[in-house]
Design a protein around this ligand. Sequence first.
Ligand SMILES: Cc1cc2nc3c(=O)[nH]c(=O)nc-3n(C[C@H](O)[C@H](O)[C@H](O)COP(=O)(O)O)c2cc1C
Length: 227
Amino acid sequence: MSQTTTDHGEVPDLAVVLPGMRVSYEGEALNEADLAPTWTEQLQRWLDEAISSGVSEPNAMVLATADPEGRPSSRTVLCKGLDSRGVAFYTNYTSAKSHELASTRYASATFPWYLLHRQVHIRGPVEKVPAAETAKYWASRPRGSQLGAWASPQSGIMPDRRALENALKAVERRFADVEEIPPPPHWGGWRIKPDVVEFWQGREDRMHDRLRYVRDDDEWRIERVAP
Ligand SMILES: Cc1cc2nc3c(=O)[nH]c(=O)nc-3n(C[C@H](O)[C@H](O)[C@H](O)COP(=O)(O)O)c2cc1C
């Protein structure tokens, strides 16, 4: 990968460059009156806008989990389901993230739509996606991704790349005559059932709009938060 250079071919001094890097936001306002009646519809609306604006991987979200001692980890996953029950993604149930979700039962996720000067943050308890729903999504995945899910002990230490490739070859042999590969028992979905969903719109002079849907039992209220 090539190193970033200035117009004169010099490598920039990050100690000088980083403090000066900032983007001015002149985005449209996000007012209470603009919000959809539910967080689900508002998130669908912004996701539609992210998709139609050409945001790269618009359904990518940064998922944060914590271990039982409260030490956090984050990584990107793809949102594959969005409805009033919550936001779903699929992964390996023996991965580091799944161990943390299984023990703390809580997660947060952030959609980072920098191109639109927007982000959406959700937080809440998690539950596993029912097996029948997982199977439906699994069937829509390309065969190569299905084989990869069978082959990869996600988050496990591998001695080298070859070990991973050998695992894939073994799985390819195993399923060579199988037309419809079943989902692995160690693979499936998690759903975050938000109790807070925050919509952030960048505005001029760092006077951003932050509007939150907050759950109170079965009722939702809207809060404005200082930027
Ligand atoms: C754009 C993007 C999308 C990703 N989507 C997923 C996903 O949907 N599910 C998944 O398990 N990992 C996904 N990954 C890989 C994860 O970020 C992560 O490396 C992996 O899940 C292992 O995380 P863990 O060891 O913390 O459990 C994605 C990575 C990127 C960059």
